[in-house]
Design a protein around this ligand. Structure first.
Ligand code: SF4
Length: 299
């Protein structure tokens, strides 16, 4: 069972809007994340090895969000709210607590736009609310070209269920997620893919990338945002340690390669990043899928 906690604030203003996710605000109804991805950037000693065991539900989140959005709306400080930046808005417990659903009702009431980023098909439950937000949200002036108030991104590090089971053990299976992605596109939402982090030698191979881009192109997604992997720390609860443990068990032939990649830091080496960027630009052109949300809306 998750812990129930009360917090002082739930709506965070971002210092600078990220050009990929277009976040002016972030809202996290839960603390920690039962999807438990080994590569997750929130990992570290704060949440322990199993993120599901440290999951907390912010029981006063809706009341606080209502107050905070009411103040922002009075000052005309409209902006895109990202759900979520440090958890998934559609965790298993969302079925019981419905914090995301209730948050969307409050967001609709105050007419803020949203960008939902998820690995779950539970989002389908909220399609009606998301459609209303899509029509009624007030966009910040510099994002008026978006011309709609709802953006939905599904997150993938792989399209293969057997790989997902290893690296994202608590998340909805990639095949189930793909079905939800297709439904979301067919409902007419501005829909895309956050293709990150791509796992070297596992999901960044030519074969896997072609499979991914062909699949997304067939579904007519509006954008794909690809990124490399970042891994931190050698402590038991750190992403680097957990991913290395998984490689030792499931991909022992890759251990040395990953050790070399991360011997000097948390990012993939410069030569890899340069080749990755070039490859992603080529794939974006070949499959005619924009690699930024705003590129889609301005085309
Ligand atoms: S779904 Fe996102 S927030 Fe949750 S564990 Fe995975 S990467 Fe982290």
């Amino acid at each position: 069972m998750p812990k129930e906690i009360e917090v002082k604030s739930v709506l965070n203003k971002t210092k600078k809007r990220d050009s990929w996710f277009l976040d002016d605000y972030t809202f996290n109804p839960y603390s920690s994340c039962s999807f438990n991805c080994l590569y997750c950037y929130i990992r570290g000693s704060k949440y322990g090895i199993n993120l599901e065991q440290s999951l907390s539900v912010k029981t006063n989140a809706i009341e606080l969000l209502d107050k905070q959005l009411s103040n922002k709306a009075k000052k005309n400080q409209y902006g895109i709210i990202v759900l979520s930046s440090a958890t998934d808005p559609y965790l298993q417990v969302e079925k019981k607590y419905q914090l995301t659903q209730r948050a969307l009702e409050v967001i609709l009431k105050h007419r803020f736009p949203v960008h939902i980023i998820t690995k779950s098909d539970l989002i389908e439950r909220d399609f009606d609310l998301l459609k209303e937000i899509n029509e009624q949200a007030i966009l910040p002036e510099d994002l008026n070209t978006l011309d709609r108030g709802t953006i939905i991104s599904f997150s993938f590090s792989t399209l293969l269920d057997e790989v997902g089971k290893i690296f994202e053990p608590g998340a909805t299976k990639p095949t189930q997620r793909l079905a939800a992605l297709e439904k979301t596109v067919n409902e007419g939402f501005l829909t895309g893919v956050s293709l990150m982090p791509l796992l070297p030698y596992i999901s960044d191979t030519t074969e896997q990338l072609d499979l991914a881009f062909q699949t997304f192109s067939d579904m007519q997604v509006n954008y794909v945002l690809p990124a490399t992997i970042t891994l931190f720390g050698n402590g038991d609860a750190n992403s680097k340690k957990l991913v290395m443990n998984a490689l030792e068990k499931h991909y022992p032939e890759l251990v040395e390669k990953y050790e070399k990649f991360f011997q000097h830091g948390s990012q993939m080496p410069y030569y890899y990043q340069t080749a990755f960027k070039k490859k992603m630009e080529e794939l974006s052109l070949t499959y005619k899928i924009p690699n930024a949300i705003l590129k889609y809306t301005s085309s």
